[in-house]
Unconditional design. Structure first.
Length: 46
């Protein structure tokens, strides 16, 4: 599925940040998906 691949890419990108492991990256990714689109886009643009 394309959505699953995109989610995996987001998790990989987040886990590449210093101090963010795989599990934290997963939590952040799912949190971003639950946020209103405008708020998530604002984070993505910063």
């Amino acid at each position: 599925m394309a959505e699953e691949r995109l989610l995996d890419e987001l998790i990989d990108a987040l886990s590449s940040l210093p101090g963010i492991g795989q599990k934290s990256a997963e939590r952040l990714a799912y949190h971003l998906l639950k946020m209103p689109r405008g708020e998530a886009m604002q984070i993505a643009e910063e």
